[in-house]
Design a protein around this ligand. Structure first.
Ligand SMILES: [Zn+2]
Length: 510
């Protein structure tokens, strides 16, 4: 079975912000984990390029919408490569592949008699690209999110018969597995219980979009365009790209990771559209939280937006990955604090893991001729029990997308191994020749523990993992079965060790 995981298709009004980086890093760690567990993975990301806002932004910048989208799409793609994101598909909604799939999907929904022409009038926010429910209740005709004036619109649009799927959606969201986290699921259940209304799927007088085949003055509205990117992406890159090929190649998606602000569209609109087209709904929607900075919401007006590129250049991508994955529980809001960031990287990666590896390799090199020690027996001992417990917990957490807990499990194991080393004091024992076998066993245990850490940390910090394993002389790890390599005692005796150099430099707080 294929595991299909997606980021949202990011809107190309601007380059990636920290929130998009966060979502994409989450997906990347899960995709890497699933691959290591031996699953076939299709990791999808991409960009949502249509709409009035893009058209206007391009106009303001004095370029065509196409030129604007080309530029920003390239920035996204290159950014993900810089962040070492292991995506398999990058879909653009302006691509021919995507347009074809949107058209084929529309025909299927139409054949289910779920499309009709209707009147839509009301106050519209260009920023949100949506009609606002009842502006009469608000003190001014302004978007509560964008604080900009709403525009009055009166349009004849195509509608999708969402109301017909009330029972189907109610049944779907009863499934505990479908929406996570739990609190968000309750919001959706509550919303659905009030009764679903049909929604418009097209706009007139908007050129920058995919044309509706049988109503050429209409273009498809965002959800009937962008959401389909999850499907079109699957067969993109194949010369026979089509809706059917995408379905044959693994649809439905196993996991949509999104920000909590777009949960309603993913958990209600999207499955209803899919059921209408005779397709399966996704298996799980996970709405993650938002990021604040030093306890404050980030925004242009506050001037406190944290540019991910600055973080990347200053601290390196893996430090940022560690912080976001370890410090924020998936589904909860998270806070980015400079001081805390520096402290966590220095404590966890430089001291607890990096220094453990460094000092143990140094001892082994000095006492055992630059090799791992040869030991008479690998008895049951406290370290083996610790390792096996950590591995079991880690796998269980990761399988349930509790990435922060899985990450902390690695760290706690490393803390315990440090305690073991400090308690055993091999540097004192070595002074008496009679202790040599004890010293060999202690050093072997710690080196073997760092090997396990190197393997467990692979989906979280792939480069850091490679550095740990390389120093232990374990260079061909990519050719081994990941899960089997977690068995205790696989570090060969008399293995040639690399010269101990710090695998990560400490960060300075400015
Ligand atoms: Zn708005």
């Amino acid at each position: 079975m294929t595991f299909i995981i997606t980021t949202p298709l990011y809107y190309v009004n601007d380059k990636p912000h920290l929130g998009s980086v966060y979502t994409t890093i989450i997906c990347d760690s899960i995709a890497r984990y699933k691959r290591l567990r031996g699953e076939k993975v299709i990791f999808i990301t991409g960009v949502d390029e249509h709409g009035l806002k893009i058209q206007r932004t391009a106009l303001n910048n004095g370029v065509s919408p196409k030129e604007h989208c080309d530029t920003i799409s390239d920035i996204f793609k290159n950014n993900w490569l810089e962040w070492n994101i292991s995506f398999n598909k990058f879909i653009r909604t302006t691509s021919q592949e995507h347009e074809k799939v949107v058209h084929e999907f529309y025909e299927k929904v139409k054949a289910s008699n779920d499309i009709y022409m209707g009147e839509q009038k009301g106050w519209y926010c260009v920023g949100c690209e949506e009609f606002k429910d009842n502006p009469d209740n608000s003190p001014s005709y302004k978007c509560p999110i964008h604080k900009k004036n709403l525009e009055w619109k009166n349009e004849t649009n195509l509608f999708f018969r969402l109301s017909k799927y009330q029972a189907a959606i109610e049944e779907l969201i009863q499934d505990q597995e479908f929406i996570e986290p739990k609190e968000r699921r309750n919001e959706i259940i509550n919303f659905v219980s009030k009764g679903l209304k049909d929604f418009s799927i097209s706009r007139t007088n908007l050129d920058w979009g995919i044309r509706v085949p049988d109503h050429l003055n209409h273009t498809f509205y965002v959800w009937f365009d962008a959401l389909l990117g999850y499907v079109s992406a699957i067969s993109s890159g194949d010369s026979n790209y089509s809706l059917d090929l995408s379905i044959k190649s693994g649809w439905p998606a196993s996991l949509h990771i999104i920000g909590k602000d777009i949960l309603r569209f993913h958990a209600i609109y999207w499955p209803a559209m899919l059921i209408s087209a005779g397709m399966k709904p996704p298996k799980k929607i996970f709405g993650h939280g938002f990021l604040t900075r030093e306890g404050q919401k980030m925004g242009k007006s506050l001037g406190n937006i944290l540019d991910p590129e600055i973080l990347l250049n200053k601290y390196g991508q893996e430090s940022v990955r560690w912080y976001l994955l370890k410090d924020i529980s998936l589904g909860s809001d998270g806070d980015f604090q400079d001081r805390r960031f520096v402290d966590i990287i220095n404590n966890d990666l430089a001291n607890t893991i990096g220094n453990l590896l460094n000092r143990t390799i140094s001892m082994s090199c000095k006492w055992f001729n630059n090799q791992t020690p040869s030991i008479s027996e690998k008895n049951n001992n406290e370290i083996i029990t610790l390792a096996n417990n950590s591995i079991k917990n880690y796998l269980n957490y990761f399988d349930n997308y509790k990435i922060d807990k899985a990450t902390n499990e690695i760290l706690n194991f490393a803390i315990n191994v440090n305690l073991y080393l400090n308690k055993k004091e091999p540097w004192s024992l070595i002074k008496d020749d009679n202790n040599i076998n004890d010293v060999k066993l202690i050093i072997y245990n710690v080196l073997e523990a760092t090997r396990i850490i190197g393997i467990l940390i692979k989906p979280i910090l792939p480069e850091f993992s490679n550095k740990i394993l390389a120093q232990l002389g374990e260079n061909d790890i990519a050719n081994k079965n990941w899960e089997e390599s977690l068995k205790w005692g696989l570090l060969p005796e008399s293995n040639k060790l690399q010269k101990p150099i710090p695998i990560i430099n400490k960060l300075d707080y400015e």
